[in-house]
Design a protein around this ligand. Structure first.
Ligand code: ADP
Length: 484
């Protein structure tokens, strides 16, 4: 039924299960009815048999022959919906009678009940022991009970028979009534199921209608939550949470695009302005050209750094920049990245002090990314510290992790901005162009540290400036890691 709607399928299954239950209970009820009516019939037969037996014994004690005694007993016995047949010891019929008929006649038991057939039908036990048997016919047949009666001088076999037609008719009537009622019940059940399924599924219709209206330009739309406690309500809540996250991701993406284009536009605008000015006059001094080219070179460098950072971040986002781990010494990596920045520090009279353990600190990590982490932190230290100040770089082995820190004597980072500075394009003084940067460095640093399973935090340094602390666990193997 894959082409049917959920509503139709629910109603169909609901009705099918009810039909199966009704069918099964009908079969069980009919079987039970048949069994109890058979038990009642057999009880009636044996009661009648015993009563007639007493009658026969008493008549025989008074009359000279069995034939006379039988005839008298039959004449005086009140028949109760049964036929009685008496056989002699040779299985020949001595007498018989049925309801409302004269002796020697099976009356309304005719034509299916043939008394002379009884010995054959009962079989070998006839005349020796008691036995029940059923004579079938198209309307339910007859039930017979036969057992020997021992009189003082002879043995007879007394047979009582009862028609099963009435019981059969009652059962058939019950079946016919059921056959009429069951389809009506099932039809009502289908309608009820259809109505209930429609009611319970109506929130789904409302949800899909609303979902169809949600697009990239209508991210504030949410699915209706009819009842937050039922399954569909919970589904709507979960989907709304998902929409919240998608909307947040979309708006982050948009912010990123706006910030990125802003960062790219600035150097391009500077280059255009400088070249326009230089080219606006036919003759320029060599020094004018040199100054202009210096600016172009600086801005091109800035542009390419921003493009490189953006490229690295977007590759990290889509998982295309895996962490390539190999064995290295952390103190060597830190010493190298610090060493590379020494000329920059010297230019500003800044001293970089290092406190790195002699053991080297073996670590499984991505050298390029770790170099980026410590290079960026020390570079920021130089950028945001006053001339002539000091920067302290330390590394310590803490058992199952390494802890590295970079302290400076700059302005530090205000407590409420300590999380934000790791966001993409966030700069504390965004319009201060004296310090170069696009606000991408720390977001790359945080990604690289976390890709190693570590954490980074900023706080206040004892030296008055900022203190960046990096924790790198020795045994972390986060996903997206390649050994090599
Ligand atoms: P960028 O340095 O290119 O602006 P970063 O992501 O490296 O970008 O840093 C983000 C911001 O965090 C910086 O603009 C600066 O305001 C602040 N910051 C970073 N390092 C320091 C530091 N050592 N001292 C004070 N502020 C800092």
């Amino acid at each position: 039924m894959p082409h049917l709607s959920v509503r139709a399928r629910l109603a169909f299954w609901h009705t099918s299960i009810l039909a199966a239950l009704l069918g099964a209970s009908a079969v069980v009820s009919v079987a039970f009815l048949r069994q109890s009516s058979a038990r009642r019939t057999d009880g009636d037969l044996t009661d009648t048999w015993s009563a007639f037996r007493s009658e026969l014994i008493s008549e025989r004690s008074e009359l000279p022959s069995l034939a006379l005694a039988t005839a008298d007993a039959l004449a005086s016995f009140r028949l109760n919906n049964v036929a009685i047949v008496i056989f002699d010891a040779k299985n020949a019929i001595i007498g018989m009678k049925a309801l409302g008929e004269s002796q020697g006649d099976v009356g309304d038991f005719a034509p299916a009940f043939h008394p002379e057939e009884v010995p054959r039908i009962v079989g070998g036990r006839f005349g020796d022991a008691s036995a029940f048997a059923t004579i079938p016919d198209s309307e339910g047949g007859y039930r017979i009970f036969s057992a020997p009666v021992y009189l003082p001088k002879e043995r007879t076999t007394l047979v009582v028979a009862r028609s099963l037609h009435q019981e059969n008719e009652a059962i058939e009537e019950a079946i016919a009534t059921f056959a009429i009622i069951a389809p009506i019940v099932l039809a009502l059940a289908f309608l009820g199921g259809w109505f209930l399924a429609g009611r319970s599924l109506s929130p789904v219709g409302a949800m899909s209608e609303r979902a169809a209206r949600i697009s990239a330009s209508t991210t504030s739309e949410r699915l209706p939550v009819v009842n937050p406690r039922d399954e569909l309500g919970r589904l709507a809540i979960v989907l709304n949470d998902l929409l919240d996250r998608l909307a947040e991701a979309l708006s982050q993406q948009r912010r990123f695009m706006t910030d990125a284009s802003h960062e790219l536009r600035t150097p391009v605008a500077v280059v255009r302005a400088v070249t326009d000015v230089v080219l606006s006059q036919d003759t320029r001094t060599v020094s004018d050209y040199r100054d202009a080219l210096d600016t172009v070179q600086r801005e091109a460098g800035r542009l390419s750094r921003v493009v490189d950072d953006l490229f690295l971040l977007s590759r990290a986002d889509i998982g295309e920049r895996p962490v390539r781990r190999r064995s290295l010494y952390l103190s060597e990596v830190i010493a190298e990245s610090t060493g590379d920045l020494a000329p920059l520090a010297t230019e500003r009279g800044i001293t970089i002090e290092s406190n790195l353990p002699d053991e080297g600190c073996p670590f499984e990590g991505d050298e390029e990314l770790l170099d980026r982490v410590f290079g960026n932190l020390v570079d920021n230290g130089i950028k945001y510290s006053p001339d002539g100040s000091r920067i302290l770089v330390t590394l310590a082995d803490r058992g199952s992790w390494y802890e590295a820190s970079v302290d400076d004597e700059g302005p530090g980072v205000a407590a409420d901005l300590q999380d934000r500075i790791f966001e993409r394009f966030f700069r504390v003084n965004d319009d201060d162009f004296s310090v170069p940067g696009a606000g991408l460095g720390l977001s790359i640093v945080r990604w690289a540290v976390e890709a190693h399973g570590g954490t980074i935090a900023v706080g206040k340094s004892a030296r008055g400036g900022a203190r960046f602390t990096v924790v790198l666990p020795k045994n972390a193997r986060p996903e997206g890691t390649i050994s090599g």
